[in-house]
Write a protein that binds this ligand. Sequence first.
Ligand code: ZN
Ligand code: ZN
Length: 310
Amino acid sequence: MIYLAYGIVLSWLMASPVSAMDYQLVPQAVAKDTYAFVGLAEDFTPSNGGNIVNTAFVVTDHGVIVIDTGPSLRYGKQMRAAISRITDKPVVRVYNTHLHPDHFLGNQAFKDVSILALEKTIAGIRAHGDRFADNLYRMVGGWMQGTQALVPSGVVIPGTREFGGHTFRFIERAGHTDADLLILDATTGVLFAGDVVFNGRTPTTPHADLDGWIETLEFLSTVPFDVLIPGHGPVVKTRDSIQQTKHYVQWLQNTFKEAANEGVDMAELMFYEPPRQFQTLPVIRSEFQRSVSHLFPSFEARAVPLAQPR
Ligand SMILES: [Zn+2]
Ligand SMILES: [Zn+2]
C-alpha cells in the first residue's frame, strides 16, 4: 500500500511539470481545410508559456502549409502533433510572417521542411533571433527549453502562385516591422494578416513605423477576403479589426506628435490616460508604455523646437 501511494506520488511529481507545460493547442476550423490556433490576449508570462499568438495551417492537395510557428520549440512540436491529428499529409512548407519571436521560435520543430520568409525578415532573424529567444526565456521560463532561433531557409518572392489546388497571393508590406508578409488564399478567401492586424488586443510596436503601418492598413482595406486571421486575437469575418488597429496606430502617432511638440517628457507621457475606446483593450497600459519607450524618442528628435523656452 505504502509502495502504491509512493508510486502515485512519484508519478504525479514526474508528470506535473510536463503536463503543466502543455499549450493545449486546439485547431479552430476557419474555412475549408484551413485551421487556426488562437492564442490568449495576454502579455508573455510563465503561466501562458508565450501562447499569446495566432498560428495557422492549410491542408492542400500537396501537403500542409504552416503559417507561423509560435514562441518556442515546445509550441512548434505541439503544433505539429495537433496538425497530425487533423491530417496524415506531411507538412511541406512553413511561412514566417515577420521577425517577432512569438511567430518564428517554433521553427526548429519544422527543421526538415523548407521555411520561407521575406528577405528583410530573414536578415532580422539572423541578426537578432538569439537575443529575442533570450528575452522570451526571461519572460516565460522553462517552456523555452531547447529553443534557438532557426533562420528561415528560403525567401518568399511576392506574387501569386498555385499550390496544391489553392491560389495563394503573397504580399510584402511594412509598418508593423520593416517586412510584413500577408498571405491571401484566394481559393478559400482566408487572409493571414500576421501582426499587421491585432483584433481586440493592444498592438505591439517594438519595430514599428507608424506611417508605414497606417498605409499598409489602408491598403489592406482594399484586399478582398472572407475570413481574416489576425496576428493576435480572435479570427473574424469583418473589417472591424483593420479599422480598430488603424485607429489605435493613428492615435499613438497623434499623441506622440502632440506630446513632443508640447515638450511633454517621457516619464509624464507613460501615465497618459488613453481615450475610453482603448481603455478596455487587454494589456493597454503595458503596451502603451512600451510604445512610449520604443517610439517617443524619435518623435522628440523630430519635434519643432519651441521658439521661446518655457
Ligand atoms: Zn509582431
Ligand atoms: Zn505578434
